[in-house]
Structure formats: C-alpha cells, structure tokens
Write a protein that binds this ligand. Structure first.
Ligand code: KG4
Length: 342
C-alpha cells in the first residue's frame, strides 16, 4: 500500500539508454541511466543489440532507482513508461516490464509519449532546485538524433508541432558529418568539443530555403560532403589540418538554421518563453545562441540541465506525475508504438 504521498516510477527504454527514476509528489528522488557503449563500434545504434542490453540493464537500473529513492516497490502509486516513439525492440523491454510490475503491485499504468517527455524535462525539480518552470504557452525547440521540431506547448498534454524537419534531424546531420570526417559516434559531443577551438566563419555550407517553420538538413550534409571532396583533392590531409574550423563552421551553420526558424515562430506567435530540449540541446553553440537571443529579443529561455538533455526516465516520471493528478491511466493492453507525432 502506498502512503499519502504520490510516488511515480518512470521507465525509459526507447533507444539505447535504460533509465528509471522515482518522483515523490512532483520532486525527483532518483534518476538512474545505463547507457550502452556496445553501439560505438558500429557508428550508430544497432536495434537488436539495444534490446538485448535493455534486457540485461532493466532490473538493476530499476532496483538502484528505488534504493536511491529510499522506497520499496510496494510504496509506488503508479508506473509511467515510455510507450513510443522509438525502436520497437527497445520499447518492448520497458513496456513489458512496466506492465508486469504494475500488475503484480496492483497499481495503475501511465503511458508517456517520449517527445512529450523531452519537452516536460523543463518541469523536473529536485528538493534544492526551485528554478521557475516555463509558463504555458511556450515554444520548445526539440532537437535530437531523430527529431528537429518547433513545438507549441499549450499544456502538459496539449502540444502542437508547428515546424519540423522534412528530411534529416539536426543531430543526425551532425552525426553523419562527423562520420564523413572519420570521427567517432555519436558525433555531437565530438563536434562540440572541436568547435570550441575553431573559427565558425572559416567555411560556408549550404543553408536550406524552406517555407514556414520547417527544417531541412539533408542539403547541408551533401554540401559538407561535396565541399570536403573538393578540398581533399587539393590537400589529402585537409580534414586533419582543418578539423576544428570544420567543426566550428558546421556547428554554426546548424545553429543558425535552428535559431532563424525559432525566431520567426516566436515573432509570429508573440511568444517569448522559449525552451530547448533533446540531445542536441547539450550543444555549447546552441546554448550560447539561446543566451544571445534572450538578451537581444527579451526571450525568457529554458535550457535543460545536461543530465536531462539526453534520454532519461526523470522526464517520463514527471509526465507520469501530471497524468496521475489527472487520473489519466492506460490499460494493460496498450501496445508500444514506434512512430508518432506529438
Ligand atoms: O535525444 P537524444 O539523446 O536521442 C536520440 O534522438 O537518439 O539525441 C542524440 C543526439 C545525437 O545526434 C548526438 O550527436 C546529439 O544528440 N548530441 C549533440 C551533443 N550531445 C549530443 N549534438 C551537438 N552537441 C552536443 N554537445
């Protein structure tokens, strides 16, 4: 039996991170994530290996999250889990575990849309963190390995995608360009590190001309590839000679593309509360651009802590908490889904 407090266990397994978190009355008590190094050798996530690793990690990760929170499973009020979108084999591990545990404890299940989770990461609060949360409506730039979207967030459950990539995601473009340069995976953190020492204006790459708030990154990737091919003809060691400038110029191009549309949306909709979420929100150049736009245009910005930028269960648990307060539960028959829009 749970006491008078509301304890939500969040479970995230949509891609290559197995994560579990406990939230008590809206305050985060624990957030444990086990990342899978096995994919590094392949230059990308291998779905079959990801689901196998989730199988190995899920029990110890949940166990540690409960222990760190100082509670037993019998005190849980509900279990929130990422239902999709994501890799089906990965999702199934978390979804099935959540269902089994909820059924054995006789407590409700709460399904969470992974993308809503990223947006709601801005509402994760710990005991000693009283930073203000965004007020509705706000805009959220959701940028990850699989998504590049501008989301109009009207409430915790009412989100509208007003712009999105028509081809590659921003993180995907960074990862692909990093691969072209012969760097490791994921490329984002490597490009970020190199870019700090480079000249962002050293090289120019193609920027898309897309209407509205949509994005496109495949042209940039091609432009990066073709430019490098030409430069390598002149100097076969071109990449090594210009590694930092290439990274800085690539980062600047991507940040400029992202910020231009976000600014347009903010101006058109007259919304000045602007958040950023997803793996790419860890990027230093993007964070600096947010600070600069805040100063220049009076934006109130929300930048997540590094631990909440990548996939984590705290964002699932906080979403679960809001749904719990609304008695918004899901049946045990609810299937995982691999693709969906917010
Ligand atoms: O949200 P996320 O963890 O999961 C997926 O969408 O899979 O995002 C991962 C993406 C990768 O493309 C990775 O290269 C990128 O986020 N990323 C970064 C940085 N850290 C991670 N991109 C740029 N700068 C970073 N510091």
């Amino acid at each position: 039996m749970s006491d008078k407090h509301i304890y939500i266990l969040g479970i995230e397994s949509s891609c290559d991170d197995t994560s579990a978190a406990v939230i008590k009355d809206g305050i985060l008590l624990s957030n444990i994530t086990s990342s899978q190094a096995v994919h590094e050798a392949y230059g990308g996530v291998v779905p079959e290996l990801a689901s196998r690793a989730h199988q190995q990690n899920i029990v110890p990760v949940i166990d540690r999250a409960l222990k760190l929170a100082g509670i037993g499973a019998e005190q849980l009020s509900a279990i929130a889990f990422t239902r999709g979108p994501g890799l089906m084999g990965s999702l199934l591990v978390g979804v099935s575990f959540a269902k089994g545990l909820a059924a054995s404890l006789g407590i409700p299940l709460i399904d969470v849309n992974h993308l809503h989770g990223h947006v709601l990461a801005h509402f994760i609060r710990t005991e000693d963190d009283n930073e203000p949360c965004p007020e509705y409506p706000f805009l959220c730039l959701l940028v990850s390995g699989g998504n590049s979207q501008i989301v109009l967030v009207k409430s915790y459950k009412d989100m509208e995608i007003i712009g999105q990539t028509i081809d590659d995601a921003a993180g995907e473009a960074i990862d692909k360009c990093s691969k072209i340069m012969g760097l490791g995976y994921p490329g984002g953190p490597i490009i970020d590190r190199l870019a700090r020492k480079g000249n962002p204006d050293a090289f120019q790459f193609a920027k898309p001309q897309i209407k509205g708030y949509d994005y496109s990154f495949s042209g940039l990737k091609t432009s990066f590839l073709y430019s490098l091919r030409d430069w390598l003809k002149e100097d076969e060691d071109f990449i090594n000679h210009h590694m930092e400038d290439l990274a800085a110029s690539l980062e600047k191009t991507i940040v400029d593309i992202l910020m231009k549309k976000l600014y347009k949306a903010s101006k058109d909709l007259k919304i000045k509360q602007i958040a950023v979420a997803g793996g790419v929100s860890a990027n230093t150049g993007l964070r600096e651009a947010f600070q600069e736009y805040a100063k220049r245009y009076g934006w109130k910005i929300f930048i997540p802590k590094f631990s909440y930028t990548t996939d984590n269960a705290a964002m699932v648990a906080i979403n679960g908490y809001f749904k719990y307060l609304d008695n918004d539960f899901c049946p045990i028959s609810a299937p995982a889904y691999s693709r969906v829009e917010v």
